[in-house]
Design a protein around this ligand. Structure first.
Ligand SMILES: [Mg+2]
Length: 243
């Protein structure tokens, strides 16, 4: 029997994005590969530099120079690319232009995400009873990934200026919607960023454990699921618990 969510004590369900709704690491790896391929074709010298470890050195340098921007993955990646080109380009304008083009190559593929099976259809179904939010540390463009039409609220580290486990995203969501923590369920793959941070504010949690890992902390989530097909039942169980 399908769970019935009318009269539910839960009002809002929020989702992490990378490795919760879609294969996040896979998307970033494919984007990095596309960036390398593009560099090799158009800027072979830079590609060689990047592959020889300069990219990682620059990542450290940029992180040290801009500690206040560490949550802003777009800024960090563009700055690394800019420095990489600057070290090897004739003019600053060229370096800026090439860095933008290189980032565009990366970002296009980064947003070509593979959703987990049943992710969008499950959200569509849930949205008939709950408000749906997305909270991400990543820099995916939710228009490009096709998610915008399926959610009511969106918060990212770039937008709020802080990445999980900082609870700012969750706090803003609660403030903006006026919904109490106990009326929310957050679903995510990261034990600390998603489960423990949401729990610290009193939000119910479901650990999306698609890799079937062992729970690493002492206190755990209310529920754990490995697939989207298991999610409605897990939500139903939490709703029952609150009645
Ligand atoms: Mg995640």
């Amino acid at each position: 029997m399908k769970p019935n969510f009318s009269e539910s004590p839960i009002k809002l369900i929020s989702f992490d994005l990378d490795d919760t709704l879609w294969h996040g690491q896979q998307a970033v790896a494919a984007a990095q590969q596309a960036l390398h391929d593009w560099l090799e074709k158009h800027h072979p010298l830079i590609a060689k530099e990047a592959l020889s470890g300069r990219y990682l050195e620059l990542r450290k340098e940029v992180s040290n120079d801009f500690p206040e921007q560490l949550h802003n993955l777009t800024f960090i990646r563009k700055e690394i690319l800019y420095r990489l080109f600057q070290e090897n380009s004739a003019t600053e304008n060229q370096a800026l232009k090439y860095a933008e083009s290189a980032f565009d190559v990366f970002f296009k593929i980064r947003n070509q995400v593979n959703y987990f099976e049943g992710a969008l259809s499950t959200i569509k179904q849930l949205r008939t009873n709950f408000q749906i939010a997305a909270l991400t540390n990543g820099n995916a463009d939710i228009n490009a990934t096709g998610l915008t039409a399926h959610i009511d609220h969106f918060y990212s580290a770039e937008i709020v200026g802080a990445a999980k486990p900082n609870p700012k995203m969750f706090r803003l969501l609660l403030e903006d919607t006026g919904i109490k923590p106990a009326q929310c369920i957050h679903i995510g793959d990261h034990p600390e960023h998603d489960v423990l941070t949401a729990q610290s504010l009193g939000i119910n949690t479901i650990w999306f454990n698609t890799l079937r890992k062992k729970w690493p902390e002492k206190s755990g989530p209310e529920k754990e699921v490995q697939t989207f097909s298991q999610l409605p039942q897990a939500i139903h169980d939490i709703c029952l618990h609150h009645l």
